[in-house]
Design a protein around this ligand. Structure first.
Ligand code: ADP
Ligand code: MG
Length: 251
């Protein structure tokens, strides 16, 4: 087995003159849940956006260093960005289903990507099952997605990402607007998904990182402070700044 699925080598990222990531190096292993924690504005979302090249959409940005997905350099001009975004799916913090039916939310993007029409019903079922939403919605696939609860909408957004058959799933504070029960449901879903996918979970909730991830990096003011097994980071952090953050003394 390869040692890493994603490898960052001295990744730096600039918005104009402002440096949002400073020489970030880390490896994410295949089929782990990798937690990225840190206070607001430390660069967490920026890092995720580099990983599927969503950062390309922002003017006046500059990136240095390398990012490998398997053995492909995804920052290279040769990288097929459309294919990259299919392989590396992103779930945002605020669930934003399209104002269409549950079914259409799942099939629109695969259709545009040229997926076989005859496979669509199967795709709807498998992606909803993987996102642990199938039982709740199977009898109302034609209802508007906007009728679902917040937690259901977020699992639908996860299902929509899964319908593109990605290899990596990025989640940017996916439960920040959800109640504890919906949050637990998402965390349980992620622990099932890790059998097949590599997952990066960004959260500013240290308890969630401690519960739901295998390894963790602490990002503070654009820099990695510490990386390690989650259990170790939360019991014997090596850096005083990590200790301050996880024990709530930050700020
Ligand atoms: P986090 O997700 O950890 O809260 P972000 O990655 O969103 O942090 O932001 C990191 C820093 O980059 C912040 O200081 C933020 O203001 C800045 N930033 C984010 N997006 C932009 C942008 N489009 N233009 C300029 N600065 C930005
Ligand atoms: Mg963010």
């Amino acid at each position: 087995m390869k040692e890493y699925k994603i490898r960052l080598e001295e990744l730096s990222f600039f918005f104009g003159d402002f440096q949002a990531l400073d020489q970030v190096s880390l490896e994410i292993r295949p089929r782990e849940i990798f937690g990225l924690m840190g206070p607001a504005k430390s660069g967490k979302s920026t890092l995720l956006r580099v990983l599927n090249r969503m950062c390309d959409l922002i003017p006046e940005v500059r990136v240095t260093g390398r990012v490998w997905l398997d053995d492909e350099d995804i920052l290279s001009p040769d990288c097929d960005v459309v294919n990259l975004r299919r392989r590396v799916g992103l779930v945002l913090s605020k669930p934003m289903p399209l104002p269409r039916s549950i079914r259409e939310n799942l099939v629109l993007a695969p259709r545009l990507a040229g997926r076989e029409r005859g496979k669509m019903e199967e795709l709807v079922e498998t992606s909803l099952k993987a996102a642990q939403l199938w039982e709740e919605v199977k009898d109302r696939l034609n209802d508007s997605a906007l009728k679902l609860s917040g937690g259901q909408q977020q699992r639908l957004c996860l299902a929509r990402t899964l319908a593109m058959e990605p290899e990596v799933i990025l989640l940017d504070e996916p439960t920040s607007g959800l109640d504890p029960i919906s949050t637990a449901k998402i965390e349980e879903t992620l622990s099932q998904l890790k059998k097949h996918y590599t997952i990066i979970l960004v959260s500013n909730n240290t308890k969630q990182i401690a519960r739901a991830t295998d390894r963790t990096a602490y990002l503070l003011m654009s820099r990695i402070i510490e990386i390690g097994d989650t259990a170790r980071i939360f019991t014997i952090p090596k850096d005083k700044r990590t200790d301050d953050y996880i024990s709530g003394r930050f700020g």
